[in-house]
Design a binder for this molecule. Structure first.
Ligand code: ZN
Length: 254
């Protein structure tokens, strides 16, 4: 409750600030809007015509079926970084529809998820993030995006903050695929008082960007261990295969 009140207060404050200080583009700093027309077009080139599956290569064991709206590179990655790490929370309105599109497509493609929307309710589960990142940022930037995306689902669904980090992990951005898998292994669990909600349920794990899939695989492992019947995943974007090694993902044709 306290978290919601403070989030609402933050929204009111940011609306007031918008009245006084005109927004500047998060990418090129041109005044006028949180994302100017030119930068919006650059981001649009990173977005797929419709959400599509993303399969990391190599896929981490147990990675759930994952749907994404765009390619996590260039302008799209820059917008997510500005939102998360440069205080540009006014970009939530820009990012949320892209996450929503991936979430709706993931649910629409999965019979158990569709049935859950009509029945006991679908659990949409944000990846927990590290306590260190939460302290640094002072909030959980993924959370309002997930709330906005869930609100676009037709049926019974809720944001289920059921996952918690069991230990400190390293910053993933500095690690390769093998190191990320080791960094994440066993690092997540379902809160003990929420295991009943997860048991027998259908869960969609949600993250902002997917690179090696290690975080999604670890979240899915924890949910299945707590008795989830089925787990799938959705994200704004995923990294695609790059020449010369590095984190890779391939997009199978839908
Ligand atoms: Zn711009």
């Amino acid at each position: 409750m306290g978290e919601r009140s403070s989030a609402d207060a933050g929204t009111v404050l940011s609306d007031l600030v918008d009245l006084v200080i005109p927004a500047t583009c998060a990418l090129c700093h041109r005044p006028g809007a949180p994302l100017c027309r030119g930068c919006r077009e650059a981001v649009a080139r990173c977005l797929h015509a419709s959400a599509r599956p993303a399969v990391p290569s190599p896929p981490p064991p147990g990675i759930p079926s994952c749907w994404v709206t765009g390619e996590a590179s260039g302008a799209l990655r820059a917008v997510v970084t500005a939102y998360k790490d440069e205080g540009r929370r006014d970009l939530a309105k820009v990012l949320a529809p892209w996450l929503a599109q991936a979430l709706r497509t993931a649910v629409g493609a999965d019979a158990a998820a569709r049935e859950s929307l009509r029945g006991r309710g679908l659990l949409v589960v944000p990846v927990p993030g590290s306590p260190r990142a939460r302290r640094r940022r002072g909030d959980v930037p993924l959370r309002p995006l997930v709330s906005a995306a869930v609100a676009t689902l037709a049926g019974r669904a809720c944001v289920a903050d059921v996952l918690v980090a069991t230990r400190t992990t390293l910053d993933q951005s500095t690690l390769d695929a093998v190191e990320r898998a080791a960094n994440q292994a066993g690092a997540t669990t379902v809160r003990s008082r929420q295991r009943g909600a997860v048991e027998g349920g259908v869960c969609v794990v949600v993250d902002d960007l997917v690179t090696t899939g290690a975080t999604l695989a670890e979240a899915a492992r924890a949910l299945r261990e707590a008795g989830a019947r089925s787990v799938l995943a959705a994200a704004i974007g995923a990294t695609t295969r790059r020449s010369g090694g590095g984190p890779t993902l391939r997009h199978p044709r839908p």
